[in-house]
Design a protein around this ligand. Structure first.
Ligand code: SF4
Length: 364
């Protein structure tokens, strides 16, 4: 089973916290970019046979014109028709009836909406531009054409917020009854507008303990609303876990296409050039063959992002050895309460997932 990820690096405006590969929309560049993406897809033609999930991410895929999007969809139509899950990330402000019709016509069955927050002050801090009506309208239009599998992205830990503001965000987003929610803690990444504002003392980051309380609050709140917490930041109604994203955490193969995209195929991990000019000259920036040792580390590191953790039996089947023999650190982490054995699985206890970095770093 393989996934196909395609990156569209254009955005309508730049969010203050963003460090993804992206740039402001430039209509003169869309067509050239999509042509280049199609050339890259042609280059990987032989690897595209077993595609079972397609994910178009960004950037903001719906920041480009419908014509440019359709040019891409025509090229990947065979995979869209045969895959189990076709997802696309959308900016709710740019969701139109015509876009929803186009998505439905090309068999998209899952949409991820960048909601992030509906608190007006937080929206300003993040430099986003929507309001509640925009989000409701986008959800309505998607459902109207028959796209019901909808994820909403939320961000918590935004400066100057508290548990009441977080609860308002959760109340609003769950009132829309999405099938899936991704809740990310705000990270102040280097070289972003937000990090500059923090350095200059213009914005004060939220206290770490409050962020941890917020995470516990979200887990509790969403459980009561019928969402299963299945990955550090991801929650789904029964049967709606993201098939594509699980490929990453289960260390399965995927092709990454487009500027800044990464892939993992035939034991090779690669990353494309982030800059458009470099990507137009040459796709690959970096690639390395993953050794057996590195693969085992990745299996643990990625699998321990899942709430159910890694299967001991699966590990033994893949690597003909016990994870306890390969990683004596597992016992130390169990003794510190940061890992536990539950049935056939090794996992991070749910109330310690917020400290996952401590555990994952042991397997880097
Ligand atoms: S829409 Fe997404 S990719 Fe674009 S600037 Fe905002 S966070 Fe970054």
């Amino acid at each position: 089973m393989r996934g196909l990820y395609i990156h569209i690096p254009f955005c309508k405006s730049i969010c203050s916290y963003c460090d993804f590969p992206k740039r402001l929309c430039d209509p003169k560049l869309y067509d050239k970019y999509i042509q280049r993406v199609i050339e890259e897809l042609d280059y990987y033609e032989n690897e595209l046979k077993d595609i079972e999930t397609v994910y178009i991410g960004g950037g903001t895929p719906n920041a480009i014109s419908l014509e440019a999007l359709e040019m891409l969809f025509k090229r990947i139509k065979p995979y869209l028709l045969n895959s189990k899950e076709n997802s696309i990330e959308l900016n709710p402000e740019l969701v139109t009836e015509e876009l929803c019709d186009l998505l439905f016509d090309y068999n998209f069955n899952r949409v991820s909406l960048g909601v992030e927050t509906v608190d007006p002050e937080s929206i300003k801090i993040l430099n986003r531009h929507h309001d509640k009506e925009t989000i409701k309208n986008a959800v309505h239009l998607l459902r109207y054409v028959g796209i019901y599998n909808i994820n909403c992205d939320l961000i918590f830990g935004i400066p100057y917020t508290d548990l009441d503001i977080l609860k308002d965000d959760l109340d609003f987003v769950t009132s829309l009854n999405p099938t899936h929610l991704s809740c990310y803690s705000l990270i102040i990444e280097d070289k972003t507008v937000l990090s500059y504002q923090v350095e200059k003392g213009k914005i004060e980051p939220l206290d770490d303990d409050l962020c941890a309380d917020m995470y516990d609050f979200i887990n509790d709140y969403l459980r009561k609303k019928g969402y299963k917490h299945y990955e550090v930041s991801n929650y789904a109604k029964l049967g709606y876990e993201s098939i594509h994203n699980k490929l990453y955490w289960e260390e399965k193969e995927y092709l990454g296409i487009g500027a800044g995209a990464s892939g993992f195929i035939n034991k090779i991990r690669y990353t494309n050039h982030r800059g458009l000019n470099s990507y137009f000259d040459e796709f690959l920036d970096d690639c390395e063959t993953i050794t057996l040792e590195a693969e085992k580390n990745e299996f643990m590191m990625l699998g321990l992002r899942l709430v159910e953790g890694i299967s001991i039996t699966e590990y033994q089947k893949r690597y003909h050895n016990s994870p306890f023999d390969d990683f004596p650190v597992i016992i130390q982490l169990i003794n510190r309460g940061l890992l536990e054995v539950f049935g056939d699985n090794i996992r991070i206890p749910e109330n310690k997932l917020f400290l996952g970095n401590i555990v994952w770093s042991e397997f880097v």
